[in-house]
Design a protein around this ligand. Structure first.
Ligand code: NAD
Ligand code: UFG
Length: 344
């Protein structure tokens, strides 16, 4: 049990990729869960699948985190003891063309949530931040105390919310806030029933590779092969979404006897290049992944991977699943659900 026995965890954005896997982990740990999601980037099917795996369902409320009155009512009615805040928009390119939409969903959404929490007397919060707040890191691995400086509007929304939360924690010792900076979440639950289901053309490497392998797209574009990395392609810290989910449970537990704001990287500490991912995926799927080298993508760092030792020390958490498992689980989800949740 994560909170005291009669309390619930509110999961905003719980129908999405990371939120659905974390909701499953909470239910499997015996925790009561309420999901609030406006389904702007997800399908309620994900929660039906979660219920199938867990043998019981979370309460699902379709609504917006910016609706303060609604959130406040949910916090009171469900005796919420802690909130996991995943709800937000996450596409870097889109954030540059629609900054108002991003600041509204991500910053105003977080502000409304915190206002509702303070009004309802709920003080424990875990926020989904991102390694994008580090911008183009001067050195790797990246520690939490290294300089931040996001290079796109999406990243700045995360960075602004981190500062907002820091100011709240400084003003009132009742707040117990965990900021989790995720590196590159990939993979799917081992059942193959839930996974990442991006709308339109995927922006991220793994969903794109998986759609090439399953025959939905012709070839991958590798964005640049002249980076100062061993094979010239970008290096990232890919982390299995179930490891990430377990990190949230550990963070909730750790916050129970900590006040203030605490920031933890969630990554494996191990970087892999784009070409290493392509090879590993081909091996896991037994399918070819044709690719062509394309120009660098604007704003991409050469290498980004975590120093995850603070989370290991303070949360007793570390990623357990390796690259092969990440690729095999992604492939199981993709091949069983070639059209994502839209396939029924
Ligand atoms: P996702 O889009 O699958 O999930 C986000 C969910 O939030 C969706 O179900 C969406 O419908 C919902 N949502 C969006 N705006 C909302 C609003 N105003 N009110 C209610 N619900 C709303 O994305 P994800 O990959 O699961 O990411 C979850 C969180 O983690 C996001 O905050 C994201 O920025 C952060 N994050 C993701 C990554 C990544 O690569 N996936 C990396 C770092 C951080
Ligand atoms: N890449 C390709 N081809 C593609 C897609 C990606 O070569 O079609 C390369 C990128 O250049 C990069 C690597 O694959 O070198 C990973 O790219 P992703 O887009 O999957 O991931 P990023 O590290 O660029 O960004 C992701 C999320 C951001 C988040 C960041 C840090 O998209 O939202 O991780 O958490 F902020």
């Amino acid at each position: 049990m994560i909170t005291s026995t009669d309390q619930t965890v509110l999961v905003t954005g719980g129908a999405g990729f990371i939120g659905s896997h974390t909701t499953l982990a909470l239910l499997q740990a015996g925790q009561a869960v309420v999901v609030l999601d406006n389904l702007s980037n997800s399908s309620a099917q994900s929660l039906e699948r979660v219920a199938r795996i867990a043998g019981r369902a979370p309460v699902f409320v379709q609504g917006d985190v910016r609706d303060r009155a609604l959130v406040q009512r949910l916090l009171r009615e469900h005796r919420v003891g802690a909130v996991l805040h995943f709800a937000g928009l996450k596409a870097v390119g889109e954030s540059a063309s629609m900054p108002l939409t991003y600041y509204d969903n991500n910053v105003a959404g977080s502000l409304a949530l915190c206002q509702a929490m303070a009004a309802a007397g709920v003080w424990r919060l875990v926020f989904s931040s991102s390694a994008t707040v580090y911008g183009d890191p001067a050195t790797v691995p990246i520690r939490e105390d290294m300089p931040t400086g996001p290079t796109n509007p999406y990243g700045r929304t995360k960075w602004m919310v981190e500062h907002l939360l820091g100011d709240l924690a400084a003003a009132d010792p009742r707040w117990q806030i965990g900021v989790l900076r995720y590196f590159n979440p990939v993979g799917a639950h081992e059942s193959g029933l839930i996974g990442e289901d991006p709308r339109g053309t995927p922006n991220n490497l793994l969903p794109y590779v998986a759609q090439v392998a399953v025959g939905r797209r012709a070839a991958l574009s590798v964005f640049g092969n002249d980076y100062p990395t061993p094979d010239g392609t970008g290096v990232r810290d890919y982390i299995h979404v179930m490891d990430l989910a377990e990190g949230h449970l550990k963070a909730l537990q750790a916050l129970a006897d900590r006040s203030g704001l605490h920031t933890w990287n969630l990554g494996t500490g191990q970087g892999y290049s784009v070409l290493e991912i392509v090879r590993a995926f081909q091996q896991a799927s037994g399918r070819p992944v044709p690719y062509q080298v394309a120009p660098r993508r604007a704003g991409d760092a050469a290498a980004s991977y975590a120093d995850p030792s603070k989370a290991a020390r303070e949360l007793g958490w570390q990623a357990r699943r390796g690259l092969t498992e990440m690729m095999e689980d992604t492939w199981r989800w993709q091949s069983l659900n070639p059209a994502g949740f839209g396939g029924g």
